[in-house]
Design a binder for this molecule. Sequence first.
Ligand code: FRU
Length: 415
Amino acid sequence: MTATSDTSGLRPRYHFAPRRNWLNDPNGLVHHDGRWHLFFQHNPNGDHWGDMSWGHAVSTDLVTWDERPVAILADLDAEGRPLELVFSGSAVVDGDDLVALYTSVALPSSPDAPGLQTQHLARSADGGETWVKDLSNPVLDRGSTDFRDPKVFRHGDHWVMAAVEAVEHRVVLYASDDLHAWTLLSEFADDEVPDGPWECPDLFPLVVEGSEEVRWVLLVSVLTGASGGGSGMRWWVGDFDGTTFTPEHSDWLDHGRDCYAAVTWNDAPDGRRVLIGWLSNWAYAHDVPSTGWRGAMTMPRDLSLVATASGPRLRQTASPEVAAQEHLDVVLRPGEVAELHEGALRIGYDDATGELVVERAPAAFSELFGSVSRIAVPLVGGVAALEVWLDACSAEVFADDGKVALTFLVLPHTS
Ligand code: FRU
């Protein structure tokens, strides 16, 4: 990562953050020719959300990131005004090329007259450095102003796309033979998750550890109403028969406050399923007090499923590449409290309820920042054993052997 003149002390050491300007969702995650590509929602012109484009970084080790030139920019009119916003999407390997499928939001757009959201295709023949938008764009148009965030993956002999009808809280699944012509497969909704809008879906198979059993996992980001407050993510485990996803169990993906829009890499080596998310929350993302840059990614995590008495559960562990970074093994007895980041984050265990209690100190920049998160975690041998990863502006906590994750932005000097 390239250093900047930022003096806020918030610039992460091993989490990705852009050299300058704004970052939100990870986009176009694909492993290709030995490199992990991390595209991201980016404003190349300022440190606030706007002029949405795809930034780009690459890594061979998931720890050090080489930020590349902005990859996909908005089309402009004759006077140089943007005709679109380039929203989130994914990338796949097609022959020797990388192909990106992303949402284009037509401009001008306003709350009274929102622009259509359609899915566009761009192709790169040079490893993601330069992109050519397809002349046939859009490749998929539902006439909707809330149809976005396509995640495309290979399934058997064809492509599948998971996207959202965000305001209707639905995941829509499509299939294609050529990435251009798409046919609706099915739709997925869950009345138990009434909050929204729904954003940034992902759908992938995972093996249950220690078995041959393969189950499917669906991820969805939920803009408001998360357990910790503001935005958060749900996961479902279930089955996908090539047409329909049938859920069995659902929960929050992360019980902290700052893991959003997380999706997984396509084509990760060795059958791995590696997740990365945006280390923020729309409740206060715009106000985070960094200088010249704003936004970072979570640490990459390897996902697996573990068998439990009540069915398979998702497990997150620090990706092995990152695991070489220093971390804390925190052992909490009931009633004990660990103080992290100079006390800006306090983790205790409440014996009366059997819950981990994580208290984040309030901060002057947003009254929505301070919080108390609670999540049930069983004691093993009378203690709760936690793995805690600290970086300049974050704490990532894995409990119950990775079945519980809590991610927090922590701003020690601003509280
Ligand atoms: C999620 C999101 C996406 C959208 C992008 C715009 O954080 O709202 O739904 O594509 O951010 O930047």
